[in-house]
Design a binder for this molecule. Structure first.
Ligand code: GAL
Length: 667
């Protein structure tokens, strides 16, 4: 198990380093991440490098048995560089320069910046490429962070035109696919093409309501590809000079970069896991799904490269983690597939934008409660590594998460309250709250390991996708499709087929009408005599072979089908025509899991706040039980277990304290 912290030796006097590293050693660390923002220290003057301080830090860490994840420092080009080449700054949709003062102030398509990137990356990789004290490389830092995925500079415009030409081949083809005849938007040649910058219908809204949705979707795809291409530039340089593994720190649910594509050339994925930070309400389920996505984008275990270690904030602070929570969250990460945990940060910064982003230590360096908790956690994890490290999550259920779908839904969300990620989370929670593990997988991923595959609001389709899902169901799979499925083609045009378009035959239904629900309106749905509520969307279904499982009990479509199931080959295709409230969803998904023959967990999860992750290593299964509640809970067990940490024998019941965890191995 790799355990450690993010450390910024360049931000602290040299006299402090020895004591810091001693504390790291005592905390049972074996790795630190350094260097990712240190360009100005590494190249203080153009072309003059100073590696002495970094050599010293790496040397001291090595003496303490601690290896280094070395970041390429391209997220923070120095001031001298920006003054010399101001063209590197991004431009926003209003053509304003996004100037100096924070970080990530560069455009990935800027040719000068690409050259300068080569120079600094080569310099660092040359120096440390063969150094055995380096464990791995981190490329840049959090691509897309600080709203930097989308840029509207002239280099982006040029690159976008080239990207489109490669995609469509001829301008006529592009015009046809985009339907530019609408509002006389026909382009005569590539040089007429635009970026979806400020236009008449847009106003100050960051989204693009007035632009052609096909153009916007392609711009989002292009912008994501541009980041992947920039990352590749760095990967190629590092690989030439080093055989060490390469990673990048992703951001969980971050929506703007296709993480399947970003992860592809990396040796392993890592990500930055902040559970309780000021810009979002904490939710252990959101973190759980983010972990599973981070595992899913490369279908392999991952690292947490920045793990919350204290109260977080920039200008304002979120809650301070309560005793036990840092340990609990660490175990949650490990349970979902983290083989490395690097806490952010070793000590809170005295200067800069993140003075309130507390680390393991406060500004005064005194080891207190958080240090002790992390120390204990790392000691435990080191002891348990033979069981936990490399263990696999066992999932019978997959949810398909697609960035193309996410982007298209963001451009035209159907209903003002619709949110693709929230819908995915609702399905995820419905299963995970009952103890079922879920994998997140990409479009055209391998469906064969799964008994149930859910494709929420899967509205973009094409013939190969139709074949992919149909084959899975025909050979015995259970697919769950929902409202809006099959309503668009892959280039974001509405389909001319009767909905659900490509999935009509598979689901054995036609969408006769639909109703977008606004201003708090709810429609009651009857499922097996039980009552449920839709509050976003209702597809009114006509069966062309499917069996009805639920009907609407209100509105002018009272009695019409809302939820259906259709036998297709050896399998079943469910069509869920509406959203469902948080009580109905788990019930319906539970019964679908049961119908698909998925074994229920032997650990009963009646209490909200209890999370169970089923794991496997070397042919042995075990369960990690996490209590996210502040209070203790008694859990009924339908099998006999040994609790691995305490070595207690459990017979029928597990008592688990607030914010505590247990690892149950079948007897
Ligand atoms: C991450 C980032 C770190 C630090 C941290 C706290 O997004 O990678 O460098 O900024 O958040 O804000």
């Amino acid at each position: 198990m790799q355990l450690g912290a993010c450390y910024y030796p360049e931000q602290w006097p040299r006299e402090m380093w020895d004591k810091d590293i001693q504390l790291m050693k005592e905390a049972n660390f074996n790795v630190v991440r350094i260097g990712e923002f240190a360009w100005a220290k590494l190249e203080p003057e153009p072309g003059q490098y100073d590696f002495q301080w970094l050599d010293d830090a790496i040397g001291l860490l090595d003496q303490a048995g601690i290896k280094v994840i070395l970041g390429t420092p391209t997220a923070t080009p120095p001031k001298w560089l920006m003054d010399k080449f101001p063209d590197i700054y991004q431009r926003d949709k209003f053509d304003r320069v996004r100037g100096y003062g924070s970080r990530r102030h560069y455009c990935v398509n800027n040719p000068i910046y690409r050259e300068l990137t080569k120079t600094i990356v080569q310099a660092v990789a040359n120096r440390y490429g063969q150094d055995e004290r380096i464990k791995a490389w981190q490329i840049d830092n959090e691509f897309g962070c600080q709203d930097t995925t989308y840029c509207y500079c002239e280099h982006c415009l040029d690159a976008f035109r080239t990207w489109l030409e490669q995609k469509y081949g001829t301008i006529d083809r592009l015009n046809e696919e985009w339907g530019t005849v609408f509002w006389s938007q026909t382009y005569r040649n590539w040089s007429e093409l635009i970026l979806p910058a400020y236009s008449v219908c847009d106003g100050a809204d960051p989204e693009y309501h007035g632009h052609n949705p096909a153009l916007v979707l392609d711009y989002k795809r292009f912008s994501s590809d541009a980041v992947v291409r920039y990352q590749q530039l760095q990967i190629d340089l590092v690989r030439e000079l080093s055989t060490k593994p390469i990673t990048h720190n992703l951001m969980g649910h971050f929506p703007e970069i296709d993480y399947y594509k970003l992860a592809e050339p990396l040796d392993f994925v890592s990500w930055d896991n902040y559970i309780d930070y000021p810009w979002d309400q904490p939710s252990y389920r959101k973190s759980a799904m983010a972990h599973d996505l981070m595992r899913g984008v490369k279908n392999q275990n991952f690292w947490v490269m920045e793990h919350q270690s204290g109260p977080c904030g920039w200008n304002v602070l979120a809650d301070t983690p309560k005793p036990g929570q840092l340990r609990l969250w660490t175990y949650q990460s490990v349970a979902h597939g983290a083989d490395g945990i690097v806490y952010f940060r070793f000590r809170a910064a005295r200067f800069g934008a993140e003075q309130y982003w507390y680390g393991i230590l406060d500004h005064d360096s005194v080891p207190r409660r958080r240090y002790r908790e992390i120390q204990q956690t790392c000691a435990e994890l080191t002891r348990l590594a033979p069981i936990l490290e490399g263990a696999q999550v066992v999932a019978d259920i997959a949810i398909v998460k697609s960035y193309d779908h996410l982007w298209s839904h963001t451009i035209h969300p159907h209903n003002r309250n619709f949110d693709y990620t929230r819908l995915l989370q609702a399905y995820y929670d419905a299963f995970s709250s009952q103890g079922y593990n879920v994998d997140l997988i990409g479009v055209k991923g391998d469906l064969s390991p799964y008994k149930v595959v859910v494709l929420p609001a899967f509205h973009l389709s094409d013939p190969s996708i139709k074949e992919w899902i149909s084959k899975y169901v025909a050979s015995g799979g259970h697919a769950v499709l929902t409202f809006r499925s099959g309503s668009r083609n892959w280039n974001n045009a509405m389909t001319g087929q009767t909905l659900p378009g490509d999935f009509r035959e598979l689901c054995g239904v036609e969408v006769e009408e639909f109703d977008s629900l606004n201003y708090g309106r709810q429609v009651e749905v009857n499922i097996n005599g039980g009552s449920a509520f839709a509050s976003l969307w209702c597809d009114i279904l006509k069966s062309i072979g499917a069996t009805t499982l639920g009907t609407y009990s209100g509105e002018y479509y009272k009695g019409e089908a809302a939820i259906t199931v259709n036998r297709f080959g050896q399998g079943q295709a469910y069509y869920i025509g509406c959203d469902l409230d948080e009580h109905a969803m788990p019930e319906l998904m539970g019964s679908i899991a049961e119908m698909a023959g998925i074994q229920a967990t032997p650990i009963s999860v009646s209490d909200d706040g209890i999370e169970i992750v089923r794991k496997q290593k070397d042919g042995r299964e075990f369960y990690v039980v996490l209590n996210h509640n502040g209070h203790g809970v008694n859990i009924k067990l339908d099998a006999q277990f040994v609790e691995v940490i305490s070595e207690n024998q459990l017979d029928g019941e597990l008592t688990i304290d607030g914010y505590d965890i247990a690892i149950l191995s079948p007897k």
